[in-house]
Design a protein around this ligand. Structure first.
Ligand code: GCW
Length: 650
């Protein structure tokens, strides 16, 4: 099978004097993933060495690894004491040991030799999840990396790639995955019935071995579409019984199944509204059905009116998640988690942090990000998202005293996956930095986005300094560059409708999706302050004061919160229109610069990766130019104001 090992492709160690790798562990661990990982790594790192179990053979030519489960540690916790000859790895369970093994191997790979160190760690976020938007026909909604490796031609698949997937995800720290699209379509029929039973068991067991809990998306209307009932009303006793039986069968045969992720009453998906019920009724009904098995219902808050009249200036999509869920705070069962998108709209390159994180005192919350770069260049443009994710998790809501950062409020984090069945899993090697970095950040929030990038570069490309420096520069400056040449000052959208790639300033302006920029010849932006739609008042007083006034609002979000004339002066000292021109020229130049940096690495990166990334950069530069010229031209024609630097605007 043609797939890359990504960051798990180890190189031979510099010092290969060790002829034996001796693994000492209790009987129970002998068949564990942790031991497999050590054997896999030894084959690459110490190709001459033999792997043995017998510690009495330990001598100078051996390296001894002792693996122990220590019940006093928590399940995912580990302790490492490593020296040049012996390493002891203790974990709270086989999974704690596995995480310890990955940490040990990572450190060894980064150093190129065995080194002495100690490490003790408990993962920062308890629930570190990927959401795959995969469909049964093998397509992936918003997928930019080939087809699904979970589903092919209507079948669920478990093969070598699935094993590699589990290894890669566990090594990055992921501990939960949702294998199918939240827009469930026909899949519920297979997932909830017997038709995938054997393969689903196999997949579930494989994931369990790597500490990854399995979640699936059912269809809220499954009592009708799968069960043949006439209703899916969450208060109807037949419906309740149907779900109770369905869950009993499913969870008893899949011990690693941890629950459901549900998109209800959103963008045409069925939900409780059809029966005059609310989201708490819907979520709690399912929560009760999965409760006997320790299951969790993750219920999405991406709910808004997607049939809006663009003439209606009162309805504001940004308000809708809060308006819909805030009144339900305290009404959800304790095994329900609400999954909140990071911003109030939809994974734009810049949005304010969703006000729901600060608003739900009595409800479990999760944050949802999107690694699939739907609105950020679709994995053709390099956009390293880890700095943004870190910033959002560190965002202070000013709602909960000391522990009021998003990362501390939530009980878990999910991200829409950017993977598929292409060679390097993510369409281009550089997008794998987001997959790795996302997992690593949730596993250890003390790491900086830059440290994570450096780790990923070294594990992916080796230790060449020039490669390191140039790839690091590209990654760390990539988000700003993309923001600069696309949509200014938090305005959002302006992309082509439906596929969301490339510029189209009025593509959504007269459509039903509630995503308007309201640009005319005098002004641009949506007034969301207290005098406008009132969205800014959904925040704590500190943030409402900050966002609610034109004077205080941070520049990068100004047009999200306010409608201002083109001549309005930003805190930076520039006018809005001049800012637009300048950032668009600068952003495009940055894209050209990234492409040139990559070109200069031709002799240092393997041919396949070099060609793949080069091709993507060609497209990024082409598309960045399109964005620059169309957005500049659009605002120039509307405002009639010339660039003060006299550059050509079409
Ligand atoms: O961003 C939008 C996407 C839809 C997606 C939806 C969601 C799965 O354009 O493709 O549907 O969000 O998050 O549910």
């Amino acid at each position: 099978m043609d797939f890359s090992k990504l960051w798990l492709g180890y190189k031979q160690l510099e010092d290969c004097s060790k002829k034996r790798l001796i693994i000492s562990c209790e009987h129970d661990l002998k068949d564990s993933a942790a031991v497999d990982e050590l054997k896999n790594a030894a084959a690459d790192m110490m190709p001459e060495a033999i792997v043995l179990w017998r510690s009495e053979l330990f001598d100078d030519a051996s390296y001894l690894i002792v693996l122990t489960v220590k019940p006093e540690l928590s399940r995912e916790e580990y302790d490492i004491a490593a020296s040049d000859n012996i390493t002891e790895i203790c974990g709270g369970s086989d999974i704690g040991v596995l995480y310890g093994v990955y940490a040990f191997l990572r450190r060894t790979a980064l150093e190129g030799r065995f080194v002495s160190f100690t490490e003790h760690h408990i993962p920062s976020q308890p629930l570190r999840m990927l959401n795959h938007w995969d469909n049964s026909d093998g397509s992936i909604e918003r997928g930019y990396s080939g087809n699904s490796f979970f589903f092919r031609d209507g079948e669920l698949v478990v093969d070598q790639r699935t094993v590699m997937y589990a290894r890669l995800m566990a090594s990055a720290g992921i501990n939960a995955t949702v294998i199918n699209n939240v827009n469930v379509r026909g899949l519920a029929k297979h997932l909830l019935s017997e038709s995938y039973a054997d393969t689903l068991t196999e997949l579930s067991e494989l994931l369990r071995r790597y500490g990854i809990k399995l979640f699936i998306c059912p269809d809220f209307a499954a009592p009708i579409t799968v069960g043949g009932l006439e209703s899916a009303d969450p208060l109807d006793v037949n419906v309740i019984n149907w779900w109770t039986q369905c869950c009993s069968r499913l969870f008893s045969s899949l011990p690693n199944l941890a629950g459901f992720l549900v998109k209800a009453d959103s963008e045409g998906q069925p939900g409780p509204f059809a029966y005059g019920r609310d989201h708490a009724d819907g979520a709690n009904m399912l929560a009760k059905a999965v409760k006997p098995y320790g299951g969790t219902i993750i219920w999405r808050c991406f709910v808004y009116n997607c049939t809006q009249d663009w003439r209606d200036e009162k309805t504001d999509r940004a308000r809708s998640a809060y308006d819909c869920f805030k009144p339900l705070d305290g009404k959800f069962d304790d095994n329900v988690i609400l999954q909140v998108k990071n911003g109030p709209m939809d994974f734009q390159v810049r949005e304010p942090v969703s006000p729901l994180f600060g608003a739900m005192d009595k409800t479990n919350l999760m944050a949802e990000f999107q690694l699939a770069q739907e609105y950020t260049g679709q994995q053709k443009h390099v956009v390293y998202l880890v700095p943004m994710i870190k910033e959002i998790l560190a965002h202070k809501t000013h709602c909960k005293g000391e522990n009021d950062e998003v990362g501390k409020i939530v009980c878990g984090v999910a991200a829409v996956a950017n993977t598929g069945d292409d060679h390097c899993w993510t369409g281009t090697e550089l997008a794998a930095a987001n997959l790795y970095g996302y997992g690593r950040l949730l596993f250890d929030e003390s790491l900086s986005a830059e440290q994570i990038a450096e780790e990923w570069i070294a594990l992916t490309f080796g230790d060449d300094k020039e490669v390191h420096d140039k790839v690091l520069e590209i990654l760390m400056e990539s988000h700003k560059a993309y923001e600069d040449y696309t949509v200014p000052l938090g305005l959002g959208w302006m992309c082509k409708p439906n596929n969301h790639y490339g510029p189209d300033p009025w593509g959504y302006e007269f459509d039903r999706w509630g995503t308007y920029n309201r640009a005319d010849r005098d002004a641009v932006g949506v007034e969301r302050g207290p005098e406008g739609t009132g969205y800014s008042t959904q925040y704590s007083k500190e943030l409402a004061d900050l966002y609610g006034s034109v004077e205080n609002c941070p520049d990068e979000l100004l047009l999200f919160f306010h409608r201002v004339p083109y001549t309005h002066k930003l805190h930076s000292g520039k006018t809005v229109i001049q800012h637009i021109y300048d950032t668009h020229f600068e952003g495009f130049e940055k894209a050209e610069h990234f492409a040139a940096l990559w070109d200069s690495l031709e002799s240092k990166v393997d041919e396949k990766t070099f060609a793949n990334v080069k091709e993507r950069f060609n497209e990024q530069v082409r598309c960045a130019k399109e964005w620059r010229d169309i957005i500049n031209c659009f605002f120039h024609r509307l405002s009639g104001i010339d660039d003060e630097k006299g550059r050509k605007i079409y």
